[in-house]
Each structure stands twice: as structure tokens, then as C-alpha cells.
Design a protein around this ligand. Structure first.
Ligand code: DGJ
Length: 542
């Protein structure tokens, strides 16, 4: 049926509405819920933690699917992030073809996983390469940005009304199709564009852009940044071009998102190519200027109300930088989500850090068996051995995918990832309120030995408060020791440490009590997937 539909006019995507599965009911559309500074992705009416993996850029074609699913199964994901290119669904103007979407939906359902679709359109890593030929080859109708000397840059201009209209129309067709054929919400979130912006150019210098840059800063932005009226240069100085470009691209993407949301209001976000460090200023022309980098989150918040969140693609294994980027995106007005991170083994530990902070999802990039040359900085060879640390995390958290995000939304979760920097002492202290949890790495198998760090940075811990004085504790390659925040007032005692697991109904299934050697030197996590319930108590000092 799919190939028969290829090339049919506009209705071809919508026609597939006839393919609605018998008896499928329209369920509550996924959305983001916020409580205080924490957030949850609500799927089927309840919080859902995305244990994700993103397939390679060229892997969402029907012929590639057999190379996708074995990797997803090995990794125990519950969510697959898959691109849908504009060229795939509108190869000729006005002729829509959603066959690739339908196959993804069908196979995701068969594998009992959810989808995040990535709309590769005007900007994919800033480039228009996923726009159909009728767009990317028609520079008169769909103009590129200009450099200061008037020459064309490779990226499409956000000031071109025709490009915005065409992208919005195609995206709306995709979202309308989802409304028609996905009442059960297999697709739970949509990324609008991919790492937008420009490399090697801080902002567009087309005549329209120059006119806007010379004009006043829009009120929504200057109020948000606490400024009175003025020009971009007067208000933002060194950052004027960066802010202007981010505003221009964010306004464009917001309108694409709005067109899609009018058809089906799924949560929508944009991902960011980040500068080299979260701590130092970098010339915007040296990174993806205009994208939702950590430097311009305020601009995106002011410019793009139809985006539920902006999200960092984190490709550094340096603990300080990774956690620095998480700090930037973990905000009361922005749900933390890591839609891309590296799949080399040193990245796996950051899963614990992210979910501890209440991330709604986390997803290594480039997961499938399609034998592409790994792209920088993805250097690991993708086989089951390389995926093992990630697979172990997801096997551990599969049972918690519905429970963890409830505790996270309530602000009752904490996490730690091992730092590779010896200056950090191979220890971290988590502040749980009444209690502290000291997490240390590389203590040896047993005993009071110094924390030396693991043979490679592989340790991680996640803790949730599940009842007063009661904590769920889990992790890999780490020791956890509890202490009272104020040890002068009472002595801490472990009342009971249970190991167990959660069954499919979400109920705790007790397996055994850890005591004696298993608690005398802290709670020690190895490669084994172990979940503990720890009940703390105290007795008086005198
Ligand atoms: C970030 C992009 O968003 C992905 O599509 C992919 O190109 C990766 N970089 C790395 O190769």
C-alpha cells in the first residue's frame, strides 16, 4: 500500500487516515506538566521517562529498518528518536507521502516503543540538505542568508516568507497525518528542525535582516532581558548579532511549530549544537549561531512560545562541562531533556546525573546496526559490547519508567555521575534535605579503602525519596553512604535495606534484606542491576 501512495497529491498523507487501527481510541495527547522547577512528560495520562536512542541520520528509510530494531532491542529502549526529512514527505511540491512515517509507526508499535520524530527541514545541523530539491535548488524563491559582503552563505534565511510558508505547510501535513493515524500517540514528542543556526556566520546580512538589525529590539525580548527600548547593538553589545540571529531563527521555528500544533499539539522542542564550553564566551561565528545554545535560552523563551523546551545535544565527556550544560537547561521554565549525547562508553554514566535532576529523557545518538563510518566525535564501534553500559542502565530503569518521573516531578530525585577529574576526589555529596548521601567511586570491592576512581569513568548513582525517611537507591560501580545533615543532634542507623524490583503493575517485589557485610562499608553497587529500598532511622546522642 505504501508504494502505491508515493507521489499522490496532497491527500496522500491524510488518506492514510483510513489506516487507523480498528478500535483505536484517541487518548490524551502527551504534554509537559510542571511543578515548581520540575517537569514531567505525560504519556497516556501519567509521567513517562524516555529511555531513548536516536538512530543515524539516514536510517529512517523503510530499507534501513531491519538494521534499527536489533540495536533498540539490545539497548532496552522505550523510546526511539527518528528523523523525518522534508524531502521524504514532500519530494515534489504539494505531493505528500507519509509512507516512511507509517512504517515507523507500525514497527514502533510492534516493538512496543514510543517515537520522537525529528523534523529535518529548513535547518539540519544548520544546513538545508534535507529540504526537497525544489526548495534547496531555488535560491530565488527560497533564498540563503548573506554574509556581510553580500555573498550567499549556505544556510537558508529565516527572513524568507516563502520558505517559512512551505516548511510550515509540510510540517502541518505531517502533524495532521499523526492526528489521523496515531490516535494512540505512538509519537510522543516532535523536534522542530535539527540544530538550527549557522556555522561561520554570526547572523544573516540579507537586506531584510539588515533592516531588522538596525531596528528596535522587540519588546518581548527586551522586557525579558530587563532592557528599555533600543537597538540590538545598543542593548546587547558583544552579543547583539548572536541574540538577533537567535531571535530571527526562533521566531521562524515558532511559526513552524505553531502550524504543526494547530493540527496536533504534541510537545515540541528544538535541539542545540553547543559551544565548546558552558563557562567561557565564544565568538558566535565559531558555533551554531542562532540555535538554542546555552547562551541564548532567554531569547528562545521570549521568541518561541510554541516550543515546550529547548534541549542540549551534549558531546563532551568532561564531567564539569557535561554537568555545566545540564545546569543551563535545567530550569523552572524548561524541562531538561538530552535528545542527543555520545554513545562512547564514557557517556553512559551521565544517564544517572540526568535522571537524578529530573530529566524527562536521555538519548545517545547514532544507535543502529547500519554500518556507517562513525562520525566525529562518535568513535566507538557499535556492537553489543559497546552498548553494554547503556543497555544496563536502561535494563535497570525499565521498571522505573513510570515511577521515577513521578518522584522527579515532586522534586525528590538526585543523581551523580563519576568525575574523571582526580581533583574532584572521586566523591560527591548529594543533599537530600534531612540526610546527605556521599557517593564515592573506586573504593575497591570491600572495606574502607580510599576512593581512587574506577578504571574508567563508569560510576553513577540515582536516589529517589519514596516516603519519609525512605529512599530508592540504585547505580553502577559506586558506593553510597548516608549521613544525617546534622550529626550533632542524633545518630543515624539503617533500619532496613531491601533489595527487590518493581513488577509490571508498579508494585515493589521484595527479594532479600542487605545487612552485615553488605551494608557495613556502605551500599556498594557493581555492574549488577540492583534496586534498594533504604529505610533510615536515628537514635539519640545521649
Ligand atoms: C548532531 C546532529 O544533531 C545529529 O543529527 C548528528 O549529525 C550528530 N550531530 C553527529 O554526527
Amino acid at each position: 500500500m505504501h508504494h502505491l501512495l508515493r507521489g499522490l497529491p496532497f491527500a496522500a498523507c491524510a488518506l492514510l487516515a483510513l489506516a487507523r487501527p480498528a478500535g483505536a481510541q484517541a487518548n490524551e495527547v502527551p504534554h509537559i506538566e510542571t511543578k515548581g522547577a520540575r517537569h514531567a512528560l505525560i504519556v497516556d495520562g501519567a509521567p513517562f521517562l524516555m529511555l531513548g536512542a536516536q538512530i543515524n541520520n539516514s536510517s529512517s528509510w523503510p530499507a534501513a529498518m531491519p538494521g534499527v530494531w536489533p540495536a533498540m532491542e539490545a539497548m532496552h529502549v522505550n523510546t526511539v528518536e527518528a528523523p523525518i526529512g522534508w524531502e521524504q514527505i514532500e519530494p515534489e511540491e504539494g505531493h505528500f507521502d507519509c509512507a516512511a512515517v507509517d512504517l515507523l509507526l507500525e514497527q514502533a508499535r510492534a516493538h512496543k516503543v514510543r517515537l520522537v520524530l525529528l523534523w529535518f527541514a529548513t535547518w539540519k545541523n544548520t544546513n538545508p540538505q534535507y529540504a526537497p530539491s525544489w526548495v534547496k535548488l531555488d535560491n530565488a524563491r527560497f533564498p540563503r542568508m548573506r554574509r556581510a559582503d553580500g555573498t550567499f552563505h549556505y544556510a537558508l534565511s529565516p527572513f524568507a516568507a516563502a520558505t517559512l510558508a512551505a516548511d510550515s505547510k509540510a510540517f502541518a501535513a505531517l502533524m495532521r497525518h499523526l492526528r489521523e493515524v496515531d490516535p494512540q500517540n505512538t509519537v510522543i514528542m516532535v523536534q522542530v528542525e535539527n540544530e538550527p543556526g549557522t556555522y561561520g556566520l554570526a547572523r544573516d546580512h540579507s537586506p531584510e535582516a539588515n533592516k531588522a538589525f538596525a531596528g528596535p529590539v522587540p519588546e518581548a525580548l527586551r522586557k525579558r532581558t530587563g532592557k528599555g527600548p533600543g537597538s540590538w547593538s545598543a542593548l546587547y553589545g558583544r552579543d547583539a548579532e548572536l541574540y538577533f540571529h537567535a531571535w530571527s531563527i526562533a521566531r521562524y521555528i515558532d511559526q513552524v511549530a505553531a502550524a504543526g500544533k494547530a493540527e496536533k499539539p504534541l510537545p515540541m522542542y528544538v535541539n542545540a549544537a553547543l559551544p565548546g564550553s558552558p563557562f567561557t564566551w565564544q565568538d558566535p561565528a565559531t558555533y551554531a549561531s542562532g540555535g538554542p545554545a546555552n547562551t541564548v535560552i532567554e531569547v528562545y523563551k521570549a521568541a518561541a512560545p510554541h516550543l515546550d523546551l529547548v534541549a542540549p545535544d551534549i558531546y563532551t565527556t568532561a564531567h564539569k562541562d557535561y554537568t555545566g550544560f545540564l545546569d543551563s537547561y535545567e530550569r523552572a521554565d524548561n524541562a531538561l531533556f538530552v535528545p542527543e549525547t555520545g554513545h562512547a562508553r564514557d557517556y553512559a554514566r551521565f544517564f544517572f546525573e540526568a535522571v537524578g535532576r529530573g530529566a524527562i529523557g536521555w538519548s545517545p545518538f547514532g544507535i543502529d546496526r547500519l554500518r556507517y563510518l562513525p562520525s566525529y566525535p562518535l568513535t566507538s564501534k557499535l556492537n553489543d559490547e559497546a552498548l553494554a553500559p547503556f543497555a544496563a542502565n536502561y535494563a535497570l530503569f525499565g521498571q522505573l519508567a513510570r515511577l521515577w518521573p513521578r518522584w522527579a516531578l515532586a522534586g525528590k530525585t538526585w543523581g551523580a555521575a563519576e568525575s574523571e577529574d582526580p581533583a574532584d576526589g572521586h566523591r560527591q555529596v548529594l543533599d537530600l534535605g534531612r540526610y546527605r548521601a556521599e557517593v564515592s567511586f573506586g573504593r575497591g570491592d570491600w572495606g574502607a579503602g580510599e576512593a581512587k576512581g574506577n578504571d574508567w569513568p563508569k560510576g553513577g548513582v540515582a536516589i529517589a525519596e519514596i516516603a519519609p525517611d525512605e529512599y530508592l537507591v540504585t547505580g553502577h560501580f559506586a558506593r553510597v553512604e548516608f549521613a544525617l545533615r546534622d550529626p550533632a543532634r542524633a545518630n543515624l542507623i539503617l533500619d532496613r535495606v531491601e533489595e527487590g524490583h518493581y513488577n509490571d503493575a508498579g508494585n515493589w517485589v521484595f527479594e532479600r534484606v542487605w545487612n552485615g557485610d553488605q551494608v557495613d562499608w556502605g551500599l556498594n553497587f557493581t555492574a549488577a542491576n540492583q534496586v534498594l529500598h533504604v529505610k533510615l532511622a536515628s537514635y539519640p546522642i545521649r
